[in-house]
Every structure is written in structure tokens, then in C-alpha cells.
Ligand binder design. Sequence first.
Ligand SMILES: C[S@@+](CC[C@H](N)C(=O)[O-])C[C@H]1O[C@@H](n2cnc3c(N)ncnc32)[C@H](O)[C@@H]1O
Length: 262
Amino acid sequence: MDPSTFDFAGYYRERVRTAGRPERSPDYWDGRAATMSERGFDTPYVRTFLARMDLSGCSTLLDVGCGPGTIALSAAPRLAHVYGLDHSPIMLSAFVENARARGLTTATPILHSWDDDWTDVPVCDVVVASRSTAVPDLEAAVLKLHAVARRRVYLTYPADGHLVGDDVRRAIGREASALPDNLCVVGLLHELGLHPTLDYLPGENRLAEAADFEEFRARIDRLLGGLTVEEVPRLAAYFDERRGRPPAAPMKWALFSWETGG
Ligand SMILES: C[S@@+](CC[C@H](N)C(=O)[O-])C[C@H]1O[C@@H](n2cnc3c(N)ncnc32)[C@H](O)[C@@H]1O
């Protein structure tokens, strides 16, 4: 394969279409809002994300797939105004509630989907898509982010394409890499003439955070969109064997950022 002529955007679309990644509806995210609001803000991922952001010369931020406001509201004290865009009404209620609890009057929710017409979405200095890029067409999503960013864009994507670490997937017998990984995203951005910087952020350590096997199983089941009856005992064996040790191949997030030239 010649990387200079390879169609990364088409490859991404095709791999996602055939890999059967679970489609998450607004209802699914509505049901996740309370937990994410409670546990989502003070994590190594969020702390590292915020530390990596360059907000110099910026006064406005748009957070796409903002959830309960994890990134937008954490950055808000350093900015004049933040906007949180999400397709889940309950996530946006949590966003509003969390802004109020922090005494912030400079945070505006926007009920929209990636697929909607964004002509009413404000152009902002910084545009963020944190853990919200599980879309069927990443090229279209990147173009939308780029179009509403005056200065720079930050986007995270699972480093090896999956929300569950490599060792867990291998242990239960799932194919090592069915989804496009961060190298595909580098290629896709390059195709669009964008020159990103790339960094890596820690994912959650689901093994250490689960109180017992049931909790671990429920988390992995949710992230994979269902475990088969054959996979559950394999996961239990992995849990017993690895418990008390860090995962051999922890899930990581790739953080891409680029300047828009504004
Ligand atoms: C894993 S959460 C991430 C929340 C937050 N950005 C963070 O990093 O903590 C994914 C968010 O993306 C939103 N989302 C998923 N698909 C979306 C779509 N098609 N349009 C708009 N928002 C979407 C979900 O409602 C959810 O709030």
C-alpha cells in the first residue's frame, strides 16, 4: 500500500461499517448522564486533557458531544464563554446543572447531533470533541469541527480504535483490531491537508475501578455492546488472573490537535 495515495477516509468508513460497532442512541446517553456527571470530572484523562490544551488568545470554546460538560465546564473559568453541543437532552440538563453548581453563567447548551445542520452553531476559538468521535464518517465530522473553529481543534479517539484494552479483547477471543486505529486518523487528517500534533491520554483502568467481577463484566459488556455466553467465563478467568495488577495493554486515547490558521 502507498500511504500517499491511500484513501484513509474511505477505509475508516468501510471498517466501521463492517466491524459492527454498536450505534449509541440519545436514549443510551440519557441513561449514562447521572453516572458520567458524578464520576466523569476528576479523572486522569480529564486532568491530562486540560493540561494539554493551549487556550492562549482564546475566549470561546465549543465542546461537541460535551456530555455533562467534562471538558467545557472544566475549562470555562479560563474563558469568556463555552458552548456544549450534544444530542442527549439529559446530558445537556446535566451540563446546565453542573454549570449552575459551579456558579458559571457563561455556559450555553446546544441540542444538536453530529448529523444536523450546524449553520446556527457559533464559530469558537477552540473546538473540542472529547471521546465523542464514534461516528460512521469521521471525515465529515472533522470537516464540521474545522469549519466552526477559529484557532484550534482538539479531538480524542481510542488509540487502537477500541474502548476496551487489547489484552481484555484477546483474553475473551475477540479479533485484535477490527476498528480503524489512530494511524488511520493521522492519515485521514493528512488527506484533508491538516497537520496535527499527536499525544496520548490515559483511559480508565476498568480492572482496578470495578469492585467485583459483576461490575467489571457489566462495564465490559456495555462497552462491547454485549458479551456472548462463551466470552463471560473467559473474562472471569482474565479477571481472576489479572486482579491486583495493572492491565497489560491499557486502553489509551489519542489526542489530535491542529491549528486552523485563524
Ligand atoms: C463518552 S461521552 C463523552 C462526554 C465528554 N465529551 C467527555 O469526554 O467526558 C460521549 C458523548 O457524545 C454524545 N454523542 C454521541 N453521539 C452523538 C451524536 N451523534 N451527536 C451529538 N452528540 C453525540 C453523547 O450523548 C455523549 O454525551
